[in-house]
Design a protein around this ligand. Structure first.
Ligand SMILES: C[S@@+](CC[C@H](N)C(=O)[O-])C[C@H]1O[C@@H](n2cnc3c(N)ncnc32)[C@H](O)[C@@H]1O
Length: 446
């Protein structure tokens, strides 16, 4: 029986932190709550939308956690919040008093004072608007220009010259990319303002951290041995490591290690890594990649070993109850040129069953009690429109695993509007438009 100790914090008189998720917001949210929970950080998710999450924590969460998360693009600290009703009056009804009130709130929040401290002669700053409220999306470019011009005027009042980063007309969303924020040093200069319009409440925040895509890219295409078709993206690998609670000192196993992408992320999370693959070439590739990672990231104390072996004999190779967590992606089926018929998709899934069932049985043996298994299985799109998935849960439960639901009610503040289908969601789907076979991500616990 799994017991969860989550204290629900109220979302009042606390510092709000804003998290801007990647494209797959459910995956980003699942990673974030797992990360916070398993580090013993007391938190409440106060508001959520696919554009941003508002989290209140008892203690401040450091900006550096951005490097530990695969699914978060920006982190901001809220300096002011007000009812979204005011934003609606200001920009839909064009009420001048409401507009003035918003400017007064931003000025009183001290955000502009922070920019005033910048040493450069001309402060460069940007405003990104994230909007969870459909009705306001039609005016969010207007909002962005209004906030930018107001801040510029305010800075001029202090005798400070500034340059407001405008956007080309064809930019779809009035948001700076993380790359722009990085290149213009906006984090260091506290010079990106996040204006996050929620359904009830609007938050004005300063960006304190942005995702560094160059680091993840380096681990993807900069490592010595690559294998494009089968390899998992490093950001997803990091999310899986976090869902599996592979934290400092824990022993992590990837029994289908390929070229070692998941193990790289596990080592960066300061876990000890064990890789297994049936293919000798993969074993050598993983060894080379992990050696490279150790040098590149100065991980002097990194501990890892990579073995050749078949998943069906995993417990003979590793021993019983030896590992704290498993994060893995077995074969997902053949490369498809077109979306298959349902019957072909079912055949693909059936053919993979022995491999997956073998993994579940052996994973249960090698895991320590309480250890987690994070497993990707295929999510096969079919011409009927109904994807075909594998009956992983039934088998896993029969062996003794319990499914870990990614979103527990206790993660959310009592008054937060949480979609019911989120709480009942058993697995996470990662399937882009272009993929014929996407990923279904499961979390199980022994
Ligand atoms: C989808 S790939 C894993 C990719 C890996 N996550 C990466 O980023 O490189 C699946 C791997 O499982 C290995 N494999 C297939 N059958 C296996 C088995 N029975 N036991 C162990 N490994 C196996 C393959 O050699 C392949 O490298």
């Amino acid at each position: 029986m799994l017991i969860y100790l989550v204290t629900v914090l109220a979302c009042v008189s606390m510092q709000f932190q804003l998290f801007i998720p990647g494209k797959n917001w459910r995956l980003s949210l699942a990673e974030l709550v797992s990360f916070l929970e398993n580090r013993g950080i007391k938190f409440a998710m106060c508001s959520l939308s696919k554009e941003f999450f508002v989290v209140s924590t008892e203690e401040k969460v450091g900006a550096s956690i951005i490097d530990d998360l695969g699914g978060t693009i920006k982190i901001g600290v809220s300096a002011a919040d007000f009812s979204t009703e005011i934003v609606r009056s200001a920009f839909v009804q064009k009420d001048k008093e409401a507009q003035a009130q918003i400017v007064r709130d931003i000025v009183a929040s001290g955000l502009v004072d922070e920019m005033f401290k910048s040493e450069s002669e001309r402060t460069l700053f940007g405003v990104s608007v994230y909007c969870a409220e459909k009705q306001l999306r039609s005016v969010y470019k207007v909002i962005q220009r209004f906030i930018g011009s107001s801040i510029k005027r305010e800075l001029a009042g202090y005798g400070k010259k500034s340059k407001f980063m405008g956007f080309a007309k064809d930019r779809k969303l009035p948001q700076l990319s993380h790359i722009e924020v990085l290149k213009k040093n906006l984090v260091e200069n506290k010079a990106e303002i996040l204006f996050c319009v929620g359904r009830e409440q609007t938050f004005v925040a300063t960006t304190i951290a942005v995702h560094n895509p160059f680091e993840f890219q380096k681990r993807d295409v900069g490592k010595p041995v690559q294998r494009k078709i089968f390899a998992i993206p490093p950001r997803l690998a990091r999310i899986m490591v976090n869902l599996a609670v592979c934290t400092k000192g824990k022993v992590v196993l990837d029994p289908f290690c390929g070229v070692g992408t998941i193990l790289q992320e596990a080592l960066l999370a300061k876990s000890k890594a064990i890789g297994v693959d049936i293919n000798r070439w993969c074993v050598e590739a993983t060894m080379r990649n992990l050696e490279w990672l150790k040098d590149e990231y100065a991980l002097e104390n990194a501990e890892y070993r990579v073995l050749q072996g078949d998943v069906h004999k995993l417990s003979q190779k590793i021993g019983w109850e030896q590992v704290d967590c498993i994060a893995t992606e077995p074969d997902l089926g053949p490369a498809l040129r077109q979306i298959p018929t349902t019957s072909y998709a079912v055949r693909i899934a059936e053919k993979l069953e022995p491999l997956y069932y073998g993994l579940l049985e052996e994973a249960y043996k090698v895991l320590k009690s309480g250890g987690r298994l994070v497993l990707v299985s295929p999510y096969i799109k079919a011409r009927s429109g109904n994807p075909v998935t594998m009956g992983i849960e039934k088998k896993a439960v029969a062996i003794g695993f319990e499914r870990v639901y990614p979103f527990k009610r206790g993660f959310f503040a009592e008054d937060a509007a949480v979609p019911e289908n989120l709480i009942s969601m058993a697995s996470l789907i990662d399937a882009e438009e272009r993929h014929k076979i996407g990923r279904e991500i499961h979390v199980f616990q022994k």
